[in-house]
Design a protein around this ligand. Sequence first.
Ligand SMILES: Nc1ncnc2c1ncn2[C@@H]1O[C@H](COP(=O)(O)OP(=O)(O)OP(=O)(O)O)[C@@H](O)[C@H]1O
Ligand SMILES: [Mg+2]
Length: 241
Amino acid sequence: MTHDAVRLDSVTRRYGSLTALDGVSLSFPAGSFTAVMGPSGSGKSTLLQCAAGLDRPTSGSVAVGGTELTGLGERRLTLLRRERVGFVFQAFNLLPSLTAEQNVALPLRLAGRRVPTALVRQALAQVGLADRARHRPAQLSGGQQQRVALARALITRPDVLFGDEPTGALDTRTGREVLGLLRGMVDREGQTVVMVTHDPVAAAYADRVIFLVDGRVSGELTGADADSIATRMTRLEAAPC
Ligand SMILES: Nc1ncnc2c1ncn2[C@@H]1O[C@H](COP(=O)(O)OP(=O)(O)OP(=O)(O)O)[C@@H](O)[C@H]1O
Ligand SMILES: [Mg+2]
């Protein structure tokens, strides 16, 4: 039986009088690859932040790997984020003074754990960067930096990897390489991935695409190709508010 890596139940997030997320219920089965799309301001980043325990919903509940985040104190929430959740952003957010392998090892070090060199090397090899371990971010291309960020996000073997436009800063070809890596991690390792993207071609790498409009789920597509995803997006963006 498959279980849910992440589950959101009636999640609402308000900022003052603005409702960024409006009663969203979603589940992300373990080993699935989901893309989240929607117009700018529709709540995609807010959804990811709430699902990852980086932000707290105003109401509703979130569970990661069967653990309810609601009611967890800051310390336990930080631990859960560190050990069970991986996050990659459009900006790679690597520490410039650290080498690739030091950046990858950072989450384990922060958790006070020993970091076997072999584990770090294996994580870098998984993203095709075995020969770049000693390079600093400035000595790596954008795609290579994002792959270091991926290796760093995956070193703790998180229940779920979230990406907020992880290919947004990459050129088309490099972006496709990173998407191929994500797809491979889902297929080979059973990694759960949830990724926000504006690009229908990127979304077509996922098993399922969820569409958000005004903080609500407006529908989803399963196993869709880039053309049908693009058609749905165009319809959403044309819809009156
Ligand atoms: N910290 C915040 N304080 C106040 N309002 C916020 C905050 N974060 C997000 N919002 C508002 O919540 C709404 C949803 O924002 P969010 O960043 O989730 O959108 P998005 O779908 O990720 O957009 P984009 O595609 O432009 O990244 C927007 O109206 C935004 O202005
Ligand atoms: Mg966003």
